[in-house]
Ligand binder design. Sequence first.
Ligand SMILES: Nc1nc2c(ncn2[C@@H]2O[C@H](COP(=O)(O)OP(=O)(O)OP(=O)(O)O)[C@@H](O)[C@H]2O)c(=O)[nH]1
Ligand SMILES: [Mg+2]
Length: 281
Amino acid sequence: MTKVWYVALVGRPNTGKSTFLNALIGEKVSIISPRPQTTQRTITGIYTEDETQIIFLDTPGIHESEKLMNEHINSQAYKSLAEADIVIRLLDPTRPHGDEEKKIDELLVWYTGTIIRVQTKKDVPAGYPHKKVDFSVSSITQEWFKELLDHITSLLPEGPFLYDEDYYTDQNMDLRIAEIIREQLFLTLGEEVPYATFVEVTEIEEKENLMKIMAYVTTESDSQKYIVIGKNGAKINEIGTKARLILEDVFDKKIYLALRVKTLKNWRKNTQILERLFPKK
Ligand SMILES: Nc1nc2c(ncn2[C@@H]2O[C@H](COP(=O)(O)OP(=O)(O)OP(=O)(O)O)[C@@H](O)[C@H]2O)c(=O)[nH]1
Ligand SMILES: [Mg+2]
């Protein structure tokens, strides 16, 4: 009999949730960067092995902020908590613990499902080890992955698979492409700029061996727009080339990517835009 359940990955920004998900699934499902708040909306990664299907929800790092956009980002994580049958609480031992950990502790007091405490980044020295961890894993060496997966499997109830076995994410094509472009904004641009941008795909034309994509990077001000474009378009070309190479790898096709940059003043305070980018459903 098959087993299936929803498992949310929860933790402060930068703990390694998305890296852990990609390593588990063996595909680039979620985007990753050394900067906090890389994941902004919940990403589903589906792990299917023999009779087991685990639907992982990679959530945005829960953090403290008064800003409207951050409220929307945090609420993506809260919503996934409500949907999850098991929570994997990821804990980063490379940084002092801080208020974000307390905030998550307080949130989880109300959670009635099983919580598994997992310390990340086992391959680097743990300067600030966490107490009472159930597992300590590395997404690089994949140490303790099998034991953790076996443990999750032992907790799952019987039920029919919710996704086909060869499905590893339920993100649509537009969103996956937008995320891969957004990852390059996080990796290429400094300071606040990536946080003041969003990416939307406006057109996809698929041919047998080629996919043509048109996408817009929207910034909050014209000065940010010029930073994203760079001198003679150098920055946006660099972002486009890097994203294209990853897209070619992910979709196993030749990609033509047209990237444009535009400004929408103060979009981070625009509830309509925020609701479009971070749907509550
Ligand atoms: N050495 C090492 N680095 C890791 C490991 N897991 C994640 N990292 C690094 O930690 C940083 C953050 O990783 P992410 O996976 O983006 O973290 P996240 O928890 O998803 O962060 P948010 O999306 O911002 O909430 C990246 O630079 C990763 O390369 C690990 O097991 N070992
Ligand atoms: Mg992430």
